[in-house]
Design a protein around this ligand. Sequence first.
Ligand code: PRP
Length: 210
Amino acid sequence: MTIRFALAKGRVAKKAIALLIELGYVFDDYSEKSRKLIFQDTTGAIAFFLVKSPDVATYVEKGAADIGIVGKDVLLEHPAKVYEMLNLNIGKCRMCVAGYPDRPLPYGKKLVVGTKYPVIAKNFFQTKKQLVDIIKLNGSVELAPIIGLSDCIVDIVESGSTLKENGLAVLEEICQISSRLIVNQVSLKTKRTSIDPIIKAFETQLTTDV
Ligand code: PRP
């Protein structure tokens, strides 16, 4: 029975595919440059496909994929009914509030926040009892405070270079983020014998990496 594996296009997919190859799966027609979206291993055990990161959780929740690898940021922003089985410790970054280092945020009045993560931002400022006006953006979020669209941003910080190159800095850390292995709730029961070895293999990989 082929296990369908959903991966988010981009940096983490490359690492996840490398991990699958290290685990012994052979994907004859896979190359980083390929525009194909689905790749089957030579034994027919696994087929992985590449989708936009928020869609990984959707594919797995609906059972169109049995397994997925997705950032914790996606799971926090779009809670899905899936089993979160493993913290893979790849795709590590931080969810942060960022802005101008020398310009204190006008706490007390309504803060304008630009973000790709409106749910995470809303929840964070709610716990601080801070009123916010959240502006949902789809990318280049660092531009918002520079142009004067927002007082600050809530975004992922990995190396920190995007903030630095735009004269911004981390003001507060919200949480640590890393990639998680998620599994469809029904698949875990009905395909357990095929899924377990894959999860075990990822687990072993993690232990040997430490
Ligand atoms: C992400 C994130 C930051 C940047 C952080 O953007 O939204 O802008 O990466 O990485 P860094 O700390 O290593 O600089 P992404 O590359 O996904 O592009 P986007 O602006 O199109 O969302």
